[in-house]
Design a protein around this ligand. Sequence first.
Ligand SMILES: Nc1ncnc2c1ncn2[C@@H]1O[C@H](COP(=O)(O)OP(=O)(O)OP(=O)(O)O)[C@@H](O)[C@H]1O
Ligand SMILES: [Mg+2]
Length: 214
Amino acid sequence: MKSLPNRFFITGTDTNVGKTTVAALLCAALDAIYWKPIQTGTRDGADRATVMRLAELPRRRALPEAYRFAPPVSPHLAAQRAGIRIDLRKIKLPAIAAHENLIVEGAGGALVPINSTQLMTDLMSHLGLPVLLVSRTALGTINHTLLSIAALRAARLDLRGVIMVGKPNRENRRAIEHYGEIAVVGAVPLLKKINRATLLRVFRRNFDRKVFAP
Ligand SMILES: Nc1ncnc2c1ncn2[C@@H]1O[C@H](COP(=O)(O)OP(=O)(O)OP(=O)(O)O)[C@@H](O)[C@H]1O
Ligand SMILES: [Mg+2]
């Protein structure tokens, strides 16, 4: 029997935690298509271009965003400043073959607003994908990670695991698994060079093959 494709929504405990790096790693390891439906801060570059470069993805495997805004602010605010409202009905996964793996990246964290009544968790529910939570390894991560897990579960999302980025910290990892009743399914150490080869090596060494079946 052919297994289901690997399709995940990547959220984080914060902006700048390493979602794009993890997305590039999974795109390389799983030969997945990448999509970031809402991108703000395009004046500083877009995550789509970063993933294409890091994972060495051809342009056709990094789908265009549904919404793009130049200012580096929350989506609800960026849209408001642009005089529009982000509408979930307009965020539709472009047609891709049923067998294709897919990595979708959110903006910021789980409770980031996208309009006056909806949050990033509503986008996750709308897309109906299992969720992975990217968190830091450093001090403060237990609180941020447990809060994010609580928010994702309150929204009845299918949280599949946490991926920790940064200098390994065994105590923090254990605490998150214990108090969050969740598995840490991947770990990305600090990398001097981030490229396809180093990301693939990290996947082979530090990611749970039961969760990601390439
Ligand atoms: N394992 C790592 N080793 C070294 N640097 C890293 C690592 N992971 C991420 N970084 C760096 O940290 C910064 C933030 O990472 P990244 O862009 O992946 O975060 P993000 O959560 O996607 O941010 P955003 O909220 O803007 O989408 C980047 O400069 C990235 O190169
Ligand atoms: Mg990103």
